[in-house]
Design a protein around this ligand. Structure first.
Ligand code: GLC
Length: 796
């Protein structure tokens, strides 16, 4: 395809390499991020994922000798040979990634033609043949390689041995390991080999594939059916750095409003108004905190987006005001499909302004979704995005607090959209093959910008479909799961891989969307939900009721217990999202993110870290009342419930009765806590609790806590407080110095006091500002409160 390497030119950070038959561009974005580009389709599109590329290539050298072109950055050495054969090494000469030079050798699928026909008659399907790829990049695969990322793919945490497709897909059958695609396309892969990590990001919106040694165990590959070769090598060597660098390219999740971290209740059928209000009243009556209620498609007038069914909601604004008084925010669904209906203003405006995608003859394209015949707004056109953004005000003026974008793969009931449906693509016409995977991305962007303009607050948008970079605009949920134990289990690797793919704010439908939930399944699912950033219980119309009280007293009590725990943990989760806005790190993390040297963590599917201090080992098996827990090496771990201390690097067996989710806090970890509230903002939080997990051997710890108004963008102009907490053990004097300092003071409602819980610490005297202050010892813990910042000395 390329032929021999015949020369090159360097223009600043770009090296253009000439081969006999083609040329390639190698661009150093930073010393650790290299872009590879070949104009195979001649499109040379502006990236949809990367909006503000920060190029800081550092110093770069090139050298061409003996047919080998060498490009050195401060961190990497890239060598290029004939046929565009690429090798990437670190500066110490350790090869990280190498193109595969051998023959492509697909796995053999033995069987005779006759057998196939018989099998097909019984309904067995052979896996669909691969679509013809325009290009495929093959990299050598070493056996000790682990793969992660790729968004919301089904299956396990490590993706090695599997083949996936990037084509946003709404498949209502129960999601299983054999699905190669779901709603989201994030062609970003993290590779972990010999404790070293790097990533590949294929920035191509066409249907693409990632094969991780399924086709052949000698190589892994990625390719696409159209578009150009445009991919990035992203160096680590820590997984954290890979994510950090990937989100430098594609953006991080912006800090959300605090209430969006509260508990959210959804169901397809919270209409009419009385039903919605009954749900709201029940939460308050039953003393179960809740911040958000959702309205699904049945609140609309005939499924016309941006309308209300006034028979069900005679005065939606008043209804939402009443709910607001009880502390509830209402989130409404808005799908892309606009009902074909003359006289309906959204349709009329769309037609009048050519805002809809068209067929190849430029006639607005019609398919079917909930409202029947419907048209697809062309979100790839900035004008349409602005129009759609403006429409958000219709909802926010009624008091709607967030928008739920669904069906934006885009889904269609009358067969898939044909390839030749046309889109404006910001003035460079493109067809459905190119726009499909970014349709939901652009819809989320329009929704985000519209809510921001209309309210001035941090927008809450939740989307089902997305592309790389959608994290800048929306939180995601994993679509239509079912009330199956298998789906509870699978949600953990799915959420961990979404997090590794830049999506810090994500969740699954707690309890499961389709099928009927059971009391036990909901009890275990809420224990996971309490630690996932988006904590939303959702179920389908006609399935068994699934609210926290829908089963029995025990299930209700378990829901209450974990939802209340979630409200205590709000400042911790908010800190994680605040950190994530700069680091790109997710809330839900696989253990290896913090324990990369401990290879036993590489394939743990059923445990996760919530931030760096909390390890959650939920029970995901029906009937199980004990479970094996792996505690990673390098820290001690304290059982959250019993305060028992365990050494890391071991498997333990934990009793886990139905109301107990095994939770462990890292030795030295500090967890900030709020009092339980019915909803965010019910109380002004004047006292912050600091739950400090010391042990016999770990008596030092530190933590940075962030505080702001929880809703506005003032924090971007300094309107926040940062508290720095540290605990230091002084050996000769056998005392602890605990200091609470204000590192940044820009938000006027600073805490008035701090309550400190020192686990595994028995104080004999506590001194603040030279004076003894009261404290309490209970069991092995010391409790004290201070009413100002400062340094506290604790004699042991
Ligand atoms: C889709 C969504 C689901 C929603 C339903 C009705 O199936 O994934 O969450 O409830 O549509 O709008």
């Amino acid at each position: 395809m390329y032929g021999n390497l015949i020369g090159y030119q360097q223009h600043e950070n770009k090296v253009i390499v000439q081969f006999e038959k083609s040329e390639a561009v190698i661009e150093t974005i930073t010393p650790a991020i290299i872009r590879f580009f070949v104009s195979v389709a001649g499109l040379d599109r502006k990236s949809k994922a990367i909006e503000n590329l920060n190029c800081a290539p550092g110093s770069l050298t090139t050298h061409h000798a003996d047919g080998v072109l060498t490009i050195c950055t401060e961190k990497l050495v890239v060598t290029i040979k004939d046929e565009f054969y690429v090798t990437i090494s670190d500066r110490a000469g350790h090869v990280l990634s190498e193109d595969y030079q051998g023959e492509g050798k697909p796995f053999i699928r033995k069987g005779s033609g006759e057998g196939l026909a018989i099998a097909a008659e019984e309904g067995h399907k052979l896996e669909a043949e691969r679509n013809k790829l325009l290009f495929k990049i093959e990299k050598k695969l070493d056996q000790n390689t682990f793969f992660y990322g790729l968004g919301d793919k089904t299956g396990h945490l490590n993706k090695k041995g599997y083949h996936y497709k990037m084509w946003n897909t709404d498949n209502p059958s129960p999601h299983v390991e054999s699905f190669d695609a779901l709603y989201k396309s994030i062609p970003f892969l993290i590779t972990l080999k010999e404790k070293q990590a790097f990533g590949y990001f294929l920035d191509n919106t066409f249907e693409s594939i990632v094969d991780l040694g399924k086709e052949n165990s000698d190589y892994y590959s990625f390719g696409a059916v159209g578009g150009d070769i445009d991919y990035y090598f992203i160096y680590g060597p820590s997984v954290k750095s890979v994510i950090n660098r990937y989100t430098d390219l594609t953006g991080t999740t912006p800090l959300p409003q605090l209430w969006t971290l509260g508990y959210q209740q959804c169901r397809w059928s919270y209409t009419p108004e009385n039903r919605l209000r009954e749900i709201a009243d029940n939460f308050r009556k039953k003393d179960i905190p809740c911040d958000a209620l959702y309205l699904d498609i049945d609140y609309m007038d005939g499924y016309r987006v941006f309308t209300w069914d006034h028979k069900k909601f005679p005065d939606p604004k008043r209804t939402l005001e009443l709910l607001k008084k009880q502390g509830f925010k209402v989130v409404t669904i808005i799908d892309p499909g606009v009902k074909k209906d003359k006289g309906y203003s959204v349709y009329d405006q769309g037609i009048a302004n050519d805002y809809f995608a068209t067929d190849k003859d430029l006639v607005p394209y019609v398919n079917k979704v909930w409202p029947g015949d419907a048209l697809y707004p062309d979100f790839s056109n900035e004008k349409v995005r602005n129009w759609w953004a403006g429409n958000q005000k219709i909802m926010t003026d009624t008091g709607v607090a967030g928008i739920w974008n669904d069906m934006n793969e885009p889904a269609s009931f009358n067969g898939p959209l044909p390839d030749d449906v046309l889109f404006n693509n910001d003035g460079v016409q493109a067809d459905h093959r190119e726009v499909h995977n970014v349709y939901g991305h652009y819809m989320s962007k329009a929704t985000y910008e519209g809510i921001k303009q209309a309210t001035g607050k941090r927008p809450f948008v939740i989307t089902r479909a997305c592309y790389a970079g959608t994290q800048k605009y929306a939180t995601v949920w994993t679509g239509d799961n079912q009330s199956l134990w298998e789906h509870l289990r699978m949600s953990l690797p799915m959420l961990m891989n979404l997090g590794l793919s830049g999506i810090a704010f994500c969740g699954t439908d707690v309890g499961g969307f389709g099928f009927d939930c059971t009391a036990e399944l909901l009890s275990r699912w809420v224990q996971v939900g309490a630690f996932t950033p988006l904590f939303r219980n959702h179920s389908s119309i006609y399935t068994r009721d699934q609210e926290p009280w829908a089963f029995d007293d025990q299930t209700e009590a378990i829901n209450r217990k974990y939802i209340k725990l979630r409200y205590q943990l709000l400042p911790y989760l908010y800190d994680l999202l605040h950190d994530g806005e700069s680091s790109g790190l997710p809330v839900i993390r696989p253990l290896f993110l913090h324990y990369q040297d401990d290879v036993r963590t590489y394939e743990i599917n059923d445990e996760f870290l919530c931030g760096d201090s909390i390890l959650v080992a939920p029970v995901v098996e029906q009937g199980a009342r004990t479970r094996l827990v792996y505690l990673p090496e390098g820290n001690e771990w304290i059982d959250f419930w019993t305060k028992e201390v365990f050494a890391g690097g071991q498997y333990i067996v934990r009793e886990a009765p139905l109301d107990l989710c095994p939770i462990y806090i890292k030795g030295g970890g500090i967890v900030p806590l709020y009092p339980v509230q019915n909803y965010v903002g019910e109380q002004e939080i004047k006292q912050l609790t600091l739950d400090v997990y010391l042990t016999e051997s770990v008596k030092n710890g530190s933590y940075i806590h962030y505080q702001d108004d929880g809703e506005s963008f003032n924090y971007q102009n300094g309107g926040y407080n940062l508290y720095e907490l540290s605990i230091i053990y002084n050996d000769p004097s056998d005392d602890l110095t605990l200091s609470i300092k204000m590192k940044h003071n820009g938000y006027r409602k600073a805490y008035e006091s701090f309550k400190i819980i020192l686990n595994h610490t028995i104080a004999s005297e506590v001194i603040l500002d030279g004076e003894k202050i009261p404290y309490e010892v209970n069991g092995e813990s010391t409790y004290l409160s201070v009413d100002h910042l400062g340094t506290i000395s604790i004699k042991l």
